[in-house]
Design a protein around this ligand. Structure first.
Ligand code: ADP
Length: 203
C-alpha cells in the first residue's frame, strides 16, 4: 500500500493542545501507556530525522530558526510515520485511538487532518494564571539547561504565538469537541479530569 493512497477508514483522534509549560508532552506520554492508545508528537518525529539526509537537514534547520516546517512536508511525513507504525503492528487503526501532540498547528494542517481522521475530542490544557506556567518553565530551564525556557519575555512571546495559532487552527473543528483541562491543580486531579473527558467522548 502506498502511504499517500486514499485512506478508507478514518483515524479516531484525540488532539492535545497546550501552551509551553502546560505538560502536554508529559500527558501525551502517559496516555500512550493506556492499551488502545497511540501517542504521536510531530516535534519528536522531526527530531528523529537523519540530519545527513537532505530533507532531514532542511527540517532541522527550520526548527533551529524557530519556524514551522511547511504544511505539505509535515503532513506527508506524518502520514508515512503512521502508515509504517501500522505496518509494523504498533498502531491499529481504527481500533486504536490516536493522540496527537503538536499536530495540527495551522488551519491548513487541520483541513488535511479532517480528510483522514474523525476527531473525537480536543483536550485544551491551560490555566487562568499563566505566571504558573512561566514559573514551571523557569524551573525546568534550570534543571535541564534549556535556555529557550529561561527568559520570561521569550516565554510570553511563545504564549502569544500559541494563542494565535491555536485559535486559527481550532476554527476548523466543532467547538463542542473542546474540553478545557485546568493544569494549575495537582497532577492526580489533572489525570482524573483527562480520564473523565476520555471516558465521556470515547465510550
Ligand atoms: P514546541 O511545542 O516547543 O514548539 P515541538 O516539539 O512541538 O515543541 O516542536 C518543535 C518544532 O518542530 C517546532 O518549533 C516546529 O519547527 C516543528 N514542528 C512541530 N510540529 C509541527 C507542525 N505540526 N507543523 C510544522 N512544524 C512543526
Amino acid at each position: 500500500m502506498n502511504a499517500t493512497a486514499p485512506q478508507v477508514v478514518p483515524y479516531q483522534v484525540v488532539l492535545l493542545f497546550g501552551p509551553p509549560g502546560s505538560g502536554k508532552g508529559t500527558w501525551g506520554k502517559i496516555l500512550n501507556q493506556i492499551p488502545g492508545f497511540y501517542h504521536f508528537s510531530t516535534g519528536e518525529m522531526f527530531r528523529m530525522l537523519d540530519v545527513d539526509s537532505d530533507l532531514g537537514y532542511r527540517i532541522i534547520e527550520t526548527m533551529r530558526r524557530g519556524e514551522l516546517v511547511p504544511d505539505e512536508i509535515t503532513f506527508d511525513l506524518w502520514q508515512k510515520h503512521l502508515h509504517n507504525a501500522t505496518l509494523i503492528g504498533r498502531f491499529h487503526p481504527p481500533k486504536d485511538t490516536l493522540v496527537l501532540d503538536g499536530f495540527p498547528r495551522t488551519p491548513r494542517q487541520a483541513e488535511m487532518l479532517n480528510r483522514v481522521a474523525e476527531v473525537k475530542l480536543i483536550l485544551k490544557l491551560d490555566c487562568a494564571n499563566r505566571d504558573i506556567l512561566v514559573e514551571r518553565l523557569h524551573r525546568r530551564a534550570i534543571l535541564e539547561a534549556r535556555l529557550d525556557d529561561a527568559n520570561p519575555s521569550v516565554i510570553r512571546r511563545r504564549f502569544t504565538v500559541y494563542d494565535t495559532d491555536t485559535e486559527a487552527t481550532l476554527r476548523n473543528f466543532s467547538e463542542g469537541l473542546v474540553e478545557a483541562i485546568d493544569v494549575a491543580v495537582p497532577p492526580v486531579q489533572i489525570l482524573s479530569a483527562i480520564g473523565a473527558a476520555l471516558a465521556r467522548r470515547l465510550a
